[in-house]
Design a protein around this ligand. Structure first.
Ligand SMILES: Cc1ncc(COP(=O)(O)O)c(C=O)c1O
Ligand SMILES: [Zn+2]
Length: 435
């Protein structure tokens, strides 16, 4: 499989609908039965209700040329536009230009955890609204434009709501987003400040998501683009850019192990899809890689199924400080299980106390302040090494998906080490003088 140097012809749609230009995206394809459908705001297969994902028509550009084209592109996810369901001129449209975040060489953390190979932290807290969600929203908004939506919406555990609010503000869409009413203050403020409507729902994320599915079928929500519901196939593709960036930042090489937090599991499944595409396109050399999923013990339905050797995810009622990962009935859970098993990885979980300790560990060793989701990832990374599930002699990437400033309460014990009067005597008495 290679890639066209010319833009493919716009995809035709039935019923007299105008064709859409979403770059190399050719159709929607069912993940379960493979039935193909024209591009449109659809997310479930009409034959078997399986999830739909984007099928591409890549052409014939040589890998070396494509690599060069990507490397000369913008320092954002749009350098990968030839691999995404977006028009070729996407970078010139008003958007937040997310992505191209640092891949931090985590030598100090690696030393503490007993790594002999290189450990990296892909730090996605540097995105415009401080989580990886800016990547997925940037792709969803192009689909929303193509299908003529003017209102953007989503069900969210907090970060997505902020990403939609900000992207809608920049791109001139109206936004109305839905969150559980009891989220962290930092997330609520970040989601509300962009001027769209932010609606708190009395219930948990699974209740919010159910409500949004009802709204789509009702005149009250008609014409709305729900980025993670009716635009979900397009939205999901944004997460592939994490895989692309990691490999490019490693010098067009696959890492041997990746640790990824799970809420719905979409991000993990799309990172795997991105790695597979890079291999098929010849952009990286094929070699085995292992994918590990991370959950909080208070919301660990995928980890529980993995450990029990089950294929079926039993939904749970979440109870954890890692609220961004608090999805009790994860849509992509079964696919996460498949990927962890196929690649020789695992799914593991950590307690809230371990999450807090891991946030502090990452901050103390690498100067990276993660939100609770990042604490889950680093806590699980530590546990996987301690239990012998992850090999510290293999190059590993752990993904920090969000910024600690959004979940300050989790580390409320941190702060001033001393309060002193402005005198040298007081400073010495506090035991802080140079050693
Ligand atoms: C910071 C953060 N990390 C990870 C995730 C997991 O995302 P997914 O639903 O794609 O598994 C979320 C989801 O909201 C999140 O906010
Ligand atoms: Zn199907």
């Amino acid at each position: 499989m290679a890639i066209d140097t010319v833009a493919p012809s716009p995809s035709l749609r039935p019923g007299g609908l105008p064709p859409v230009d979403l770059g190399p995206a050719a159709a929607l394809s069912c993940r379960e039965c493979g039935t193909r459908f024209p591009l449109g705001p659809n997310f479930a297969c009409l034959e078997c209700f399986g999830p739909l994902e984007i099928a591409y028509e890549f052409g014939s550009e040589r890998a070396e040329e494509l690599r060069k084209r990507i490397e000369s592109g913008p320092a954002s996810i749009w350098r990968y536009a030839p691999l995404l369901p977006v028009p070729a001129d996407v970078a010139s449209k008003p958007n937040l230009n997310p992505g191209w975040t640092p891949l931090v060489k985590a030598d100090n953390l690696g030393r503490e955890l007993g790594f002999t190979a290189q450990l990296h932290v892909k730090d996605d807290s540097g995105n415009p609204t401080h989580s990886f969600k800016d990547r997925v929203v940037a792709c969803a908004i192009e689909a929303a434009r193509a299908f003529g939506y003017t209102t953007l919406s989503c069900s969210s555990t907090g970060n997505l709501a902020g990403a939609v609010g900000a992207a809608a503000a920049r791109a001139g869409f109206r936004s109305c987003v839905f969150i559980p009413h009891d989220l962290e203050q930092g997330k609520v403020v970040m989601a509300g400040v962009y001027g769209g409507e932010l609606v708190g729902i009395e219930g948990n994320y699974d209740d919010v998501n159910r409500f949004c599915s009802e709204l789509i079928g009702d005149p009250a929500g008609e014409g709305w683009g729900f980025v993670n519901v009716n635009l979900r196939p397009y939205y999901g593709e944004g997460s592939k850019t994490l895989a692309y960036e990691i490999c490019e930042q490693l010098g067009w090489r696959l890492p041997e192990q990746i640790v990824i937090p799970i809420a719905s599991g979409s991000q993990l499944t799309k990172i795997d899809k991105g790695l597979q595409e890079l291999i098929k396109l010849g952009l990286v050399e094929d070699r085995p890689y292992r994918i590990f999923g991370a959950q909080a013990a208070g919301c660990s339905p995928v980890s529980a199924a993995f450990k029990a050797g089950r294929d079926v995810i039993k939904p749970v009622k979440p109870d954890t400080i890692a609220k961004s990962l608090a999805i009790g009935n994860p849509a992509d859970g079964p696919y996460v299980l498949d990927i962890a098993r196929r690649t020789g990885g695992a799914v593991e979980d950590v307690t809230d106390a371990e999450v807090v300790a891991a946030i502090r560990l990452l901050a103390r060793t690498e100067g990276v302040f993660a939100e609770t989701a990042g604490g889950v990832t680093v806590g699980v990374l530590k546990k996987l090494v301690e239990t012998g599930q992850l090999d510290p002699a293999k190059e590993t990437v752990a993904i920090n998906t969000g910024d600690g400033l959004k979940t300050l309460d989790a580390v409320s014990g941190a702060g001033m080490t001393a309060v002193i009067s402005p005198t040298l005597d007081s400073f010495r008495a506090a035991g802080l003088a140079s050693a």
